[in-house]
Design a protein around this ligand. Structure first.
Ligand SMILES: Cc1cc2nc3c(=O)[nH]c(=O)nc-3n(C[C@H](O)[C@H](O)[C@H](O)COP(=O)(O)O)c2cc1C
Length: 169
């Protein structure tokens, strides 16, 4: 199998791995909000509270996140499909597409997310064409909403027949 075939197969397999969707935001050196859609997010540790996500080195505001001491992860709700695509495409002014405000921690916070985690950058780990960003959670906000899901290059919501196989015990 050639390298390209391996990469294609890897993408096909990973594309079938369902995830939630987040938008990660911060302020750049000029104090301008920047952010992107991210599905590589996961929780890592309870003591201390740590999360991670992976940032593509080609992202236009890559330098802003490398310099940032803090960032905010928004776990998107089912009503935020437009925000998901706006923060993943060539939209020049992403923040004009959402309602947002600066938090007391000085982070751009997007409204209507089902969960918001404000984080202090803990570690940055070089990983191939990405950098793994570990954050310590310094602020949390939760709203009672349904999640947005990502699967096979599409977004959607939890199907009506969920849970299909409920736990018996
Ligand atoms: C569902 C979804 C998940 C994504 N996950 C990530 C991710 O985990 N890390 C990342 O760096 N880019 C991810 N992206 C791509 C970035 O959102 C996209 O490359 C970035 O917004 C491009 O911005 P730019 O054109 O300003 O460089 C994802 C895109 C989508 C649609």
């Amino acid at each position: 199998m050639s390298k390209n075939e391996r990469v294609d197969k890897f993408k096909r397999i990973m594309g079938k791995y369902p995830t939630g969707v987040t938008i990660v935001t911060t302020l750049d050196a000029n104090g301008t909000p920047t952010g992107l859609t991210v599905n590589s997010f996961t929780s890592v540790s309870l003591e201390p509270l740590l999360i991670l996500w992976c940032l593509d080195k080609r992202f236009s505001s890559f330098a802003a996140f490398l310099k940032a001491e803090k960032f905010a992860v928004h776990i998107l709700s089912a009503e935020q499909a437009d925000a998901c695509w706006a923060f993943a495409g060539k939209e020049p002014d992403r923040f004009s597409k959402v309602k947002w405000e600066l938090s007391v921690n000085g982070l751009p916070i997007i409204s209507d997310s089902l969960g918001t985690l404000e984080c202090k950058t803990d570690q940055q780990i070089d990983a191939g064409d990405h950098v793994i960003l570990l954050g310590e959670v310094i602020g949390l906000k939760a709203e009672d909403k349904e999640p947005l899901l990502y699967y096979s290059r599409n977004i959607g919501t939890i199907p009506d027949h969920w849970p299909a196989y409920p736990r018996q015990s």
